[in-house]
Structures are given as structure tokens and as C-alpha cells.
Design a protein. Sequence first.
Length: 481
Amino acid sequence: MSGVMTFGNLVSPKNRWGSLLVLVFLLSSGLAVAEGLSPQQRLAFDIYKELIEINTVTATGDTARAAEAMAARLRAAGFAEADIHVLLPAPRKGNLVARLRGTGARKPILLLAHLDVVPANREDWSVDPFKLTEQDGYFYARGSSDDKFMAAAFISNLIRYKQEGYKGDRDIIVALETDEEILDRDGVGIQWLLKNHRDLIDAEFALNEGGGVGLKDGKAIRNSVQTTEKVSLTYRLDVRNKGGHSSVPTRDNAIYHLAEGLVRLSKFSFPPKLNETTRVYFERMAQFEGEETAADMRTVLSDKPDPAAMSFVRLATNPVYNAQLRTTCVATMLEGGHAYNALPQLASAKVNCRIMPGESPEEVKATLERVLADDQITVTQLDQPVLSAPSALHEKIMGSIEKLSREFWPDAIVLPTMSSGATDGSYLRNAGIPTYGHSGLASDVNDIRAHGKDERVLVKSFYEGEEYLYRLVKMLSGGGP
């Protein structure tokens, strides 16, 4: 997007049809740009574009450069050096922590977003994934939704508060961290901040990614607040034997043992287990479903739920609802054998589980071994789980969200959710900082492109979400202008 474009000099005023045709051509070709942006919207766009066009792919990009760029923005806006911290725990790895000081009457609020993004191959995309492209009413780019929208909104809004002379009842802290996309596996992101600079990010509670506004047929139906996450844990399944020549096959085949075990796993489902968040989720989602599905949701919440309602014949046929009901384990990788003319000496698979909060990884492993039902299949846990208790549905936070949401999206319900994915909110919860995934970014519930091809954000939703977060943080931080 460049400067404001006018059409008055393109054709004679007498030729209004000509003007219209030129405008239609420009719009359809993507050459037209949005007019009438406010100074704040222009600032938000410029920051968004700058962040997106810095390659911050976790393995190969440079989050240090992105952190420095945002620090420069804050310095230019008049923030003191003492309130801007660029922290570089490793080469090309950067975290930014910035603070707008309030009266200190209450403990700070933390606004968390991650700078790193997952890879994107140019040949897979219809546009360059590392250039911000406005097209058909959308912003296209890797990280456009996950998570550079929130990073740009938090930085631009912090500058806006500074320009207004805003002083709330509490400090507002923005933390832009690295390596979230690999759950901070190397300990250079949120874990490093908590371990080495807890004083810089300590807060009463945090806002993070994880919950957005859901659109259906263009209308907002829900505004999600993520209060808890499933635990991601991967297991490796191995079958080993002596192998041999393929011309003399035996029934004791490593690939067959593994395959038969995986088939048994594919037919198994863990028992349902609800928590405070998922109970409210099903209670409120029932009003958007047909009579039969709504009845199934209500029986799930009853003292004596109908087992059939939660089965793969009814409610659980919807993968989203099934993920909210129970722990899931699914085969995601498979390999075996070493030559086309040799019996396999090793067959392996990886199974990724998303475990309900409160369930034990040891119990999940024991269940896998029972379901696989083959002593030749060994099950090995590959990583350490990040367990965290759900953040409570506090009235002071949920009440503010309910009130503001009615102003922006009057027909949408505020919906507590449990994420089947994972964010760094779990580390904050474990550190005693309740965390709520809540972005204010609206997108179609049936068009989720984060981590995928042609990731995009509605232009209207970008500016609307940025304004929503601006006002919400003001409500939650208190104080006058």
C-alpha cells in the first residue's frame, strides 16, 4: 500500500463511465489502495509491513532484526531507553520488552506476541509470502495472522498511548518473543525471559494469541477467549526384528506388526473429559447448531451424558468438537525397511497426542500400549510436556471483553475456548501469570490459513482488530487520559 490515490485527473469529468471503468480496472488488478487511513491506521500498517518483510522463519530468519526494528520505532516515539530492552540470547534470536508506565496502583498487564513464523515456499504461494500484498480485500503474507498482526497492533497502540499521554492504573508491558513456533525448544524465547528477566515481564495477567473473532457468512458469531491448551506430546513407535531376504518371507514382519497396531489405534477414542472452559464452550455453541447437535451438546453437560452423543456417530464426527471433548492421538509419520528386496528390520511411526489438561502423559502412554496390543511395538516418549492449569474466567477480564465485544460485534457471543494447538501461554500460566488468548482479529471460521498456503487477513479485520485491542487494553489498565 502506498500513498493516497485520486482519480479526478485520470479522465475528463464528462466521461464518468470512463472514470468508473478505470476504477474497476485498478481495483480488480490490485493497483488501487485504501484511501482515508487515519494517522494511527497508517502507523499500524507501516509497522505491520515492516515486521512481515523481515524474514523471521524460526530456523533461518532473524528475530533479532525484528526486535531491533520495533525498538527503533519506540525510541522514535519518545520512549526512554530504560523502558526498551532488546535481549539477544543467541545469534539471530531476539526478544523485545517495552513498558509504558502507569501509576503503579495495580500490577502490570503483559501483552505477548511472537516474532517468529513457520516456513513458506514461494512456489506454493500465489504471492511472495515475505512481502505484504493487499489483494481482494485481504493482506497476504506469512505471519499476517500468526502472529505479526498482534505484534504490530501492540507496538502501534503502545505508541498511540504514549502520544496521547495516557497513564493507566498499571504499567502496560509489550513482549515480542522468539521461537514460539517450536515451543521455545531451545530455551531462547519465553522460557529465557522468565528465567533471566522475570522482573521485566512480571504481570497480573497476560493477553496472547489463541482466540479470535469467528465469521460465518461474513457475520461475527463468536469472540473467543482461550483460557487453556491441550498438551502436545509425541511418541515414537518402533518394531524391530532380524529381517531377512524378501524371497523367503515370514509372518513375523515388522511393517505388518506396526500397521496392525496403528489400525487398532485408528479405531480407538479416549474417554470424554470436560473442564470449566469446555463446559462453557459447549453451552454457548449449542445455540448455533441444529436441534440434534444442540441436544447432544446439552447432554454432554448433564450429570448423566448419553455415550452415543459423544461418539463418532454423532457429536465427535465434527473434528473440532471431538478435539474439545477428549485427548486425541494420531499417527503423523511413518517409515520402514531399508531395501526393496529385504525384510524390514525396523518399522517406525510417530504419533502426536494432544492431551486434555489434568491428564497424565504416563497414563496416555500406558493407554497407547494397551490399544496397540503388541509386545513387539515399543512406545517411546520423545519430548517433555508443558503442563499448565487453565486460567480462571475472572469477571474483571471477561466482563470487560463482554462489554467491548458487544460494541464491535453485537451479535457475537464471547466464547471461552481450549486450544487444541499450543502457544507460549502455557509457560506463563506455569509461572503464575494467568494468560488469555484474545486477539480481536476476525476471520472466516471455515478459512483458517495460519501455517498454510496463502495465509491472509481481511483488511477490514486488521484495522478493526487493532482498534479493539487499543480500547480493550485501556479498559483493562484503567485510568483516565
